[in-house]
Design a protein around this ligand. Structure first.
Ligand code: ADP
Ligand code: MG
Length: 873
């Protein structure tokens, strides 16, 4: 007989068979109480989960197969960790009872878990959207994308704005997908596409897309979407194919919630990162403040998702934006009454996900209780909203909050008020809901009652007052008689077991009762399971309606949150129109304004694509240039989300596309040299923008030698001004650019004011017209604690430079030395001085990692000390 031990070769063959069916998956293979992996997968599992790597018994050839496993009861948390690390896991279970199996137990893959298709509460990372996406890059024309959150049922699709892999990545950026499927028959090879996606989504799981499903196999709510390009049909069909292979039960419940017609403010990944919309850019503080973290005043999980989604995908058409603003304004007008709305939102559970777990059959009874309570909360919410004189959007939301009467009645009829945590704990259904379950529960109760009276009867007839009927897993029911009472045990008791305190017996009557109870219990469990499944199947029909309800609640919650922000933070309703102007009075940076609590200096902005459209900003380091530019981008973004904005007044002519580029500080570690990155970014912007865009460029041309950079910045500025004509703010340390500005009719100079008194300088953080040619670098150096001798020395050099006594940039260039930064102009190139000084000059502090700096210092110290430190000792 083949054994089931982990040493049996047939077992390994079975495992290999499953592996072959699930290529690319990590297979967790149930053996006894563990999920095991073997071979390379075992090594991987041991490494990723820090579990022990063992080995099977040696086989015929004496080699030992590596093996690693996790206990079955903890599998969910291990699955969560694997999925977060980007693995795709197939869980293979025993599908017959090991006691009755002939030979090897039959095993099948019962679920596949991937980062983009999980629904389990304990695996999902919080309430955030969890997108799975597919992109298809066709031979010509723009790429198509589809994105779905299967836990909320929301399906989005459309096409990118230009051809090629970059455009595919940009189209998906706002979804922040956790898993991306890709296909290409365009000019970009599949390798280029996957590399581009990897750069944009460093932690997502990437995989070539599966073959598309046939149109007839697509869920109706996707296949019937109107106005869809042929390529989008393909990305839909490929995405659906993947969902079918991983979460087949959920496929029918997915629905297109926004078609290709929707107008969105286009934000690519870099812009989202630079503006720190949902992610902090500070590598030392990845959990630092973001726009989302200061703007998410939501009460419910769907509300949180809605705000995050809105911030990443603001609108770009005036009527929808005004619709939201009207709703927010109405809610602001409710004053203190807004609090009642929040109280009515509070009991609302994450019913979208509960519905997905119903559909995926991964739901626990208490979650249905939460669903039931949420449905009645939605009724309260609708009542709170009222019916009279609501602005359009709120009126629509009120209608979308219509009660799910049938479902409410079903849950009310079926379930007891306090639900058990698992189905077979029993006491789940109300009496009368299922006669079979009732009858079996009654039978079990009767049996237990009979047991009690038997116990009483035997106590009386034997006179043993302490005689008890007890139960354990191994021996079932038995009479327990303590040692001193043993002489009084009657003849019809049969001994079962001897224990320290006495003996355990059974009798014919007890055995019969036991059989009756256990049988009733088994049949009850079975009936409960069946009835539960039936109930879930009945709820299935309502899953799309629950998803829609959750979306309505989420949107209302987001609007309420915006209204509260407006009440609490002194925000203004922006005027949004189809003009090309952008006017802000006393604008503030939404995040810094919070962090600086009242010390933030507000600033104005005035741009108009039909007039003064370009602003060139100069000012010393730390004066507030970057802050000012981000603030402008964020105010536009918030206005187009339908939020009030941190300003006294704002007028926003709708922006169709927002670009921000912040020097070369970003994209480090994303695999390109900084100048190359900068130039490809500039190229992207010039290709992608038009008169409706807003372009914010911080320090263009820094990644190259002085004159290249200046020339490129100059030409870029002129191109934006003359050819594209979009609203532009450009911060620069090239003071030469301010001269160009004077020759361009649509460009203005501005700078950040500082106040100097004696040696002190104070950054006023105030944007004022005109240019400044003071870099104040030396002041900054002094403030930063650079030794005062050095600063004085630098002052002398600066004077000589100004007086033309030292060779400057021209000669730098003539000698072909790489002077990477403008600051290099300030340094005499005649490489005099000591070796250390020369080495120091060649050092590029902006790119020096702290550890390397330390190493550098140590190394020079060692050299200066000369050989043999022992001699000093
Ligand atoms: P720059 O880009 O000119 O070097 P930043 O925009 O990075 O300067 O600003 C540097 C610091 O100055 C910010 O971190 C912030 O603390 C402060 N700051 C900038 N703008 C303001 C402002 N308007 N009000 C108050 N503090 C500001
Ligand atoms: Mg800056």
């Amino acid at each position: 007989m083949p054994s089931e031990g982990a040493s049996s070769t047939p077992l390994l063959e079975q495992y290999e068979g499953v592996k072959a069916q699930y290529p690319g998956h990590l297979v967790l293979f149930r053996v006894g109480d563990f999920y095991e992996t073997f071979g390379d997968d075992a090594k991987l599992l041991a490494r990723e989960l820090e579990v022990v790597l063992t080995a099977r018994a040696p086989d015929a050839s004496g080699s030992r197969m590596p093996m690693a496993g996790v206990p079955h009861h903890a599998v969910e948390s291990y699955l969560g960790r694997l999925v977060r690390k980007g693995y795709k896991v197939a869980v293979c279970d025993q599908v017959e009872d090991a006691r009755f199996a002939k030979g090897l137990v039959r095993r099948e893959v019962t679920r596949v878990v991937t980062p983009g298709t999980v629904v389990e509460e304990r695996i999902l990372p919080g309430a955030d959207h969890n997108f799975l996406a597919a992109v298809v890059v066709p031979r010509s024309g723009p790429p198509a994308y589809s994105a779905v959150d299967i836990t909320t049922g929301e399906w989005f699709h459309g096409v990118g704005s230009g051809p090629g892999a970059e455009s595919a990545a940009a189209a998906l950026a706002a979804f922040a997908p956790r898993e991306v499927l890709y296909a290409s028959d365009g000019a970009d090879s599949i390798a280029v596409l996957s590399r581009t996606l990897r750069r944009e989504f460093p932690v997502a799981r990437l995989e070539p897309a599966p073959l598309p499903l046939a149109p007839s196999e697509l869920p109706e709510r996707i296949s019937t979407a109107a106005g869809v390009a042929e390529t989008t049909r393909e990305s839909d069909a490929r995405l659906a194919a993947y969902v079918r292979s991983t979460q087949p039960r959920l496929l029918p419940f997915l629905e297109v919630v926004e078609g290709p017609g929707a107008r969105r403010l286009a934000l690519d990944g870099k812009t989202l990162r630079h503006l720190e919309v949902t992610q902090s850019m500070n590598p030392d503080d990845p959990k630092g403040a973001t726009l989302l973290s200061v703007w998410d005043e939501s009460t419910t999980a769907p509300g949180h998702r809605t705000i995050a989604f809105w911030l990443r995908q603001p609108l770009a058409d005036v009527p929808s934006i005004r619709g939201r603003l009207d709703a927010v304004e109405h809610l602001v007008g409710r004053g203190i009454g807004l609090r009642h709305g929040v109280e009515r939102l509070r009991p609302f559970a994450d019913v979208a996900r509960i519905a997905a777990r119903v559909a995926g059959r991964r739901v626990r009874p208490p979650e249905l209780g939460a669903l039931r309570e949420s449905l009645s909360a939605a009724n309260d919410l609708r009542a709170w909203l009222g019916g009279d004189e609501l602005p359009d959007l709120l009126d629509q939301l009120r209608r979308r909050l219509a009660p799910l009467t049938e479902l409410e009645a079903l849950l009310g009829r079926a379930l007891v008020p306090e639900l058990p945590s698992a189905v077979d704990d029993g006491n789940l259904f109300r009496t009368g809901f299922d006669p079979t379950v009732d009858a079996l529960e009654k039978e079990e109760r009767d049996g237990l009652g009979a047991l009690e009276s038997l116990e009483r009867r035997e106590q009386e007839t034997t006179g043993i007052r302490t005689l008890r009927v007890r139960y354990n897993q191994v021996f079932g029911y038995y009479f327990e008689v303590s040692r001193p009472n043993l002489p009084r045990v009657p003849a019809h008791f049969r001994r079962k077991q001897t224990v320290a305190q006495g003996e355990r017996f059974t009798s014919e009557e007890l055995a019969e009762l036991e059989r009756r109870i256990l049988e009733a219990r088994e049949r009850r469990d079975h009936a409960l399971g069946e009835r539960w499944e039936e109930l879930l199947a009945q709820i299935d029909r309502h899953v799309p309606a629950i998803h829609r309800l959750a979306r309505a609640v989420g949107e209302l919650d987001a609007l309420v949150a915006f209204a509260r922000l407006a009440q609490e933070r002194g925000l203004a309703r922006p005027e949004v129109d189809t003009s090309r102007s952008l006017t802000v009075r006393d604008g503030r940076h939404p995040v810094l304004d919070r962090l600086l609590a009242g010390r933030f200096v507000p600033n104005d902005t005035e741009l108009d694509a039909d007039g003064a459209r370009v602003l060139v900003l100069t000012g010393p380091n730390m004066a507030g240039k970057s802050t000012y530019m981000r603030q402008l981008g964020l105010i536009v973004l918030l206005a187009q989300c339908g939020s009030f904005v941190p300003a006294r007044f704002a007028r926003v002519g709708v922006v169709s596309r927002l670009y921000t580029r912040m020097g070369f500080t970003d994209e480090i570690g994303r695999g390109k040299s900084s100048f190359m990155v900068e130039m490809s970014e500039v190229a992207e912007i010039l290709r992608g923008s038009d008169a409706g865009s807003l372009v914010l460029l911080d320090e263009v041309g820094r990644g190259t030698s002085t004159f290249d950079g200046l020339a490129l910045a100059w030409a870029t500025l002129r191109y934006l001004h003359d050819r594209i004509g979009c609203r532009t703010v450009l911060a620069t340390h090239y003071h030469q650019l301010t001269q160009l500005v004077e020759s361009l009719p649509g460009a203005r100079n501005a700078h950040l004011a500082v106040r100097e008194s004696g040696d002190e300088i104070v950054f006023l953080h105030q944007v004022v017209p005109g240019s400044t040619d003071r870099s104040l670098g030396l002041h900054v150096a002094r403030l930063a604690g650079v030794p005062s001798d050095l600063v004085r020395d630098a002052e002398q050099l600066l004077k000589r430079l100004d007086a033309g006594e030292l060779p400057v940039a021209g000669s730098v260039r003539a000698r072909g030395r790489s002077a990477r930064y403008t600051q290099a102009i300030l340094l005499p190139t005649d490489a005099g001085g000591s070796e250390v000084e020369r080495a120091l000059r060649e050092l590029d502090p902006d790119r020096l990692a702290p550890l390397d700096a330390l190493r550098w210092v140590t190394e020079w110290r060692r050299r200066l000390e000369g050989p043999g430190p022992e001699e000093d000792a």
